[in-house]
Write a protein that binds this ligand. Structure first.
Ligand code: NAD
Length: 297
């Protein structure tokens, strides 16, 4: 019987733990604050940012939102980051990606104070993650790790295949899977656009984390029976719905679910975890910056 990994339920538990820590911080005179910065006219980016603000409100984190005209000079964004770095009421800073072409993304990531870098993309935080001394784990792979933990997925000694090598999902996911940790210790293969014979790699995988962003490109026939399947992909495909599209993952869910031991749905799997882990990192950041103990595992 295939188990459905319920990301909504695990994310609700994370939010509850975060809300408890927000109250404890508040008792100690600290009101955790997350600043979101949007420099884009893209409706999807606008939606993501407003969802993050709503999530903050739900757990008692102070949301600060800054919008910058998409045509404004890049300096305006860099200076905004400097201002937010200097504010005591801002503990986390998230610049919604992608930024316009005339903005240097690397400058943006490096400009954010590493202690406020709740995405975990600053080179200092990437280095700490790789060294096994993470300050902030990037939200999506961290969320996947929480799912492994919540569902007692045995990662230790397992053969894991990560499909995708992006800086935000694939690479940090692989790094977490190989860490010497009870939710790591997996023998990990990273596959990408130049991988030859992906089928052979998947066929031996006890754990598959799919993050290629290609709608339904892995089906059940490619999986090892009983595998744990984590579908990170969120792809819009045309559909006869009110909105004219539907969201699908990188897995062909119906056939994958017949073969997998456990699988995340899309939506309702990894997505809610990513959102919850941003709140987690913000509270952790508030603790780091104020010296107040935060009890989040
Ligand atoms: P990306 O485009 O930056 O990276 C995609 C990766 O897939 C690349 O590393 C590429 O090498 C690899 N790839 C492309 N074609 C491949 C192929 N045929 N075989 C194997 N690998 C191939 O994307 P991303 O930002 O890592 O996001 C990946 C997907 O995850 C997208 O659908 C995105 O929307 C989704 N996503 C979901 C969440 C969430 O919270 N659920 C968070 C982030 C991203």
């Amino acid at each position: 019987m295939t188990e459905t990994i319920d990301g909504e339920a695990v994310a609700a538990d994370v939010r509850e733990a975060v809300a408890d820590e927000v109250s404890r911080l508040s008792d100690a005179g600290v009101e955790p604050g997350l600043a979101t910065v949007l420099m884009s006219d893209d409706p999807a980016s606008e939606t993501y940012v407003s969802m993050k603000q709503r999530d903050c409100e739900e757990v008692g984190i102070e949301g600060i939102h800054v919008e910058i005209d998409a045509d404004a000079p890049a300096e305006e964004l860099y200076e905004t980051i400097d201002d937010l770095n200097a504010r005591d009421d801002v503990h986390g800073i998230l610049v919604q990606m992608p930024v316009p072409d005339h903005v240097d993304k690397r400058t943006v990531l490096r400009r954010i104070d590493p202690e406020k870098d709740v995405d975990g993309f600053h080179p200092e935080n990437v280095g700490r993650l790789v060294a096994g001394d993470a300050r902030f784990k990037p939200c999506t792979p961290h969320g996947v790790q929480k799912l492994f933990d919540a569902y007692d997925v045995e990662t230790e000694g397992a053969d894991a295949v990560v499909v995708g090598r992006s800086d935000i999902v694939g690479k940090p996911m692989a790094n977490l899977l190989i860490q010497k940790s009870p939710v790591g210790n997996a023998t990990t293969t990273v596959c990408h656009s130049r991988t030859e014979d992906l089928e052979a790699k998947l066929a031996g995988a006890d754990i598959v984390v799919a993050a290629a962003g290609i709608p339904e490109f892995v089906d059940g026939s490619m999986l090892k029976p009983g595998a744990t399947v984590i579908d990170v992909g969120i792809n819009r495909v045309d559909a006869d719905t009110e909105k004219g599209y539907e969201l699908v993952g990188d897995m062909e869910y119906e056939s994958a679910k017949e073969v997998a031991g456990a699988i995340t749905p899309v939506p309702g799997g990894v997505g809610p975890m990513t959102r919850a882990m941003l709140l987690y990192n913000t509270v952790k950041a508030a603790g780091i910056q104020t010296g107040v103990d935060v009890d989040l595992d």
